[in-house]
Design a protein around this ligand. Structure first.
Ligand code: C5P
Length: 222
């Protein structure tokens, strides 16, 4: 059984950075599940389709090109909003479900563990994860982080517009009928509003380390 760390949270909460750092720390594989929804959305948009229409979205889900996971084109807010639309369609979630559970069953590198971040990892994809984190931060803080990130890329965007987009995406993700963004009852909540990334990582590690160490010991014993 793979040792799994599930990291969920709303847009721009820092969950992706924390998940990557946790994976590096434990030498576990990492999957940002948002990439799958973003690649689906990109595929729909590039084909001139409508991300809210099931037939278009399913064509996109079948046509995702994982070699483009690092493509900056998937990181735009337009693709983020389209990803939120395709992700509310049950058939799309079903199509991407197996990829995610397959990754967890056989993480690349054949190491003992995997870290996966998204919206429904602790609730739906890996309800029996070894450790679960729910990363949150005030919407204003998340919008400001995103604003700074874009500024670093040379992109000027109005802070209020960003805040509006983040809140709209959160609302859609939290209220959709299928696999809504939610904290699993057994997940540890980490609010990073007043933490920089190093402090947030230290807090995340303090929460998951005992669980992961226990699971690693059990593996050695078993
Ligand atoms: O995490 P990221 O912002 O890249 O995700 C883009 C969108 O993909 C989210 O707003 C959400 O609608 C969807 N998503 C999801 N379930 C996941 C990961 C992402 O519904 N596990």
């Amino acid at each position: 059984m793979t040792i799994i760390i599930a990291v969920d949270g709303p847009a721009a909460s820092g969950k992706g950075t924390l998940a990557r750092r946790l994976a590096r720390h434990f030498n576990f594989a990492h999957l940002d599940s948002g990439v799958l929804y973003r690649l689906t959305a990109l595929s729909v948009l590039e084909a001139g389709g409508n991300p809210a229409i099931e037939a278009d979205a399913m064509r996109g889900a079948r046509g995702i090109d994982l070699s483009r996971a690092g493509d900056p084109a998937i990181r735009t807010d337009l693709v983020g909003m389209a990803a939120s639309k395709v992700s509310a369609i049950p058939a799309v979630r079903a199509a991407l479900h197996d990829f995610q559970t397959g990754f967890l069953a056989h993480p690349p590198g054949d190491g003992p563990g995997a870290v996966m971040d998204g919206r429904d990892i602790g609730t739906v994809i890996a309800p029996h994860a070894t450790a679960k984190l729910f990363i949150d931060a005030a919407p204003e803080v998340r919008a400001r982080r995103r604003w700074l990130e874009l500024k670093g890329l040379g992109i000027e965007k109005d802070l209020e517009t960003l805040l509006g987009e983040i809140q709209a995406r959160d609302h859609a993700d939290r209220t959709r009928a299928i696999s809504p963004l939610a904290k699993a009852p057994d997940a540890d909540l980490l609010d990073t509003s007043n933490l920089d990334i190093d402090a947030a990582f230290a807090a995340a590690l303090a929460l998951v380390e005992p669980k992961v160490s226990g699971a690693l010991k059990d593996r050695h014993r078993g």
